[in-house]
Every structure is written in C-alpha cells, then in structure tokens.
Design a protein around this ligand. Sequence first.
Ligand SMILES: *[C@@H]1O[C@H](CO)[C@@H](O)[C@H](O)[C@H]1NC(C)=O
Length: 336
Amino acid sequence: MAAEEKRGVKSSSSIVPCFLFVELVIMAGTVLLAYYFEYTDTFPVHVQGFFCYDKTFSKPYPGPDNTSKIPPVLIYSLIAAVPTLTILVGELCSFFTKAQGTQEKTIVTADCCYFNPLLRRVVRFLGVYTFGLFTTTIFANAGQVVTGNQTPHFLSACRPNYTALGCQSTVQYITERRACTGNPLIVMSARKSFPSKDAALSVYSALYTVIYVTVVFKTKGTRLTKPTISLTLLCLAFLVGVVRVAEYRNHWADVLAGFFTGGGIAVFLVTCVINNFRRFQPSPALIPPQRPDSMLGVSMVALPCVESPLEKLSGTQHPALSSASSPPYSAFITPF
Ligand SMILES: *[C@@H]1O[C@H](CO)[C@@H](O)[C@H](O)[C@H]1NC(C)=O
C-alpha cells in the first residue's frame, strides 16, 4: 500500500512541473499577443469607408480616453483590485471557518492539510482570472482590428475635405484611404469601436467576481449581502458601457457586443475551467485505502508551507501530493 502510494505521488509530482511549464508558456503567449494588439501596429486596423456627412459618425470628438468621466486608469485599477481582494477575503474566510469546523474531529497536524489548498485555490483563481483578462483584451482588440467599425465621433476626428472628395449628397460612399486630414493616431483609434474593450473587461471582471461571491461566500442570516455586492458590481460594469455611449466613444451595439464577449469568457472559464470555484471532491472509490497514508504524507510535506506561508512556489509544487487522490483533471488546474 505504501509503495503504491509513493509511486502515485512520484508520478504526479513529475507531471506537475510539466503542466506548470505548459501553463506558463500559454500564459506568456497570451500576454505577448495582448501586448502586440495593444501597443504595436503588428495587426493593422481594417480601413472602412464612410458616407459623406453620415450622422451616425458625426458626433463631436470627446477628447482622448484619459479625459473620460471613467478614465482607463480607474477602470483598470478596479478590474485588478476588486476581484483580487474579493478572492483573498473569500478564501481566507472560508479557510478559517472550515478549519474551525474540522478542528474538533481531526488531529492538529491534519490542520495544515487545509493550508495548501488555500494558497492553491487563491493562485488558481487569480491565475485563471488573469488569463481571462488577457483573453478578453485579445478578443476585443481582434474584433476591433478585423471589423474596423468607426466610433460615433469618427468624422470629427477624420475631418475629411468634402470639397476635395467631391461630396455632393449623403448617399455618396467614400472609400479613399487618404480621405482623412485629422491626426492619424486619433483617426486610427476612431476606427476601433466594435466591440467595446472597456465594456468587455468590466463585465468580465464583474461577472467573475459575482459568481465567486455567489458560490463561495457564506452569509448566513444576512440574506441580502450577496445580492447587494453582486448587483453593485454588475451595475458598475453596466455604467462603464453607458458612459462609453454617452460620451460618443462607442455605439450601443459595440457596448452590447463587449458585454457578451466579457460575460461569455467569464462564464466559460468559471464553469468549464475552474469548476464553479468548488473544492475538488476525491472520488469515493479512492478515499478509503489512501486516507491514512495521504494524511500523514501531506502533513509532513506541507509542514514547510506552514512555516513560510508567503512562499508561493512551494504552495504550487506541493498540491500535487494532496491532489493525488483527486480526479485527473485537477492536475490541469493545480499549477494555478
Ligand atoms: C480642400 O480641398 C480643396 C481642393 O483640393 C482645397 O482648395 C482646400 O483648401 C481644401 N480644404 C482644406 C481645409 O484643406
């Protein structure tokens, strides 16, 4: 029995670095792609034509994004801070309430078995969240570059010379690539509208946090706490989209598409990749033979983890040992 246990542990601990490596490569690739979309012109935006004097694109230019009522800096700080804090608080709370509940019936050394899952869960949830954030950025940027749909203030930024273009009526369609006389940078950003990236990121962030709060938070007695937090977050995300439309930075269709993009990615990641934030239940068939050994083994291996709780690397390496009895797919997720 002990030899079998050891072999199982050994093989899974050699698998984990492999998965960790794959995850890191995927993560690096995602970040790199997002960077290329965001800060370089590797992927040139599709140049669409326009109708002369088109009213849909003739709204006044609202100024650069920094002058918005909800500037990108504010959005990005909220997107980074709110889910991180929520997940940290939620995991700490559920960890301590769980530890208190189990202390009565388990040995003191077994207490540490719960420590590794804590770090592991935090790293996994935040890792998947970050991955989704970059994926959402890529989706939104790719949509903007491929469609090249103009913003409502496009013509104000483009400032076409209608006399030179020979515009007489509003049905005349201009396909001339050099029709714009405005600042090329502003014109290029005015060609990126569909879908709205700010709306997609806000909804992604809000929905991820809302599902986390709904599933993980335990608020017995105060029935309205979870709905209040959830609806506040969703309302803020909705507000971002509304402000985008109100400031003539996006059409409502762009914002709607952004909502669907961000929401879809959040729902997919939560349901299919991290299994609704639930704890992994070892399959019943495997528990009885392994329990005595694994309890002992985990408590011994996990001990250094208790001494240095802040060391993340050891937290990501050891979970393999405790997850030896989990279903195989948990190995996928362990590195996070
Ligand atoms: C527009 O084009 C016409 C004809 O080429 C030229 O005379 C005029 O100065 C241009 N106007 C502006 C504002 O560039």
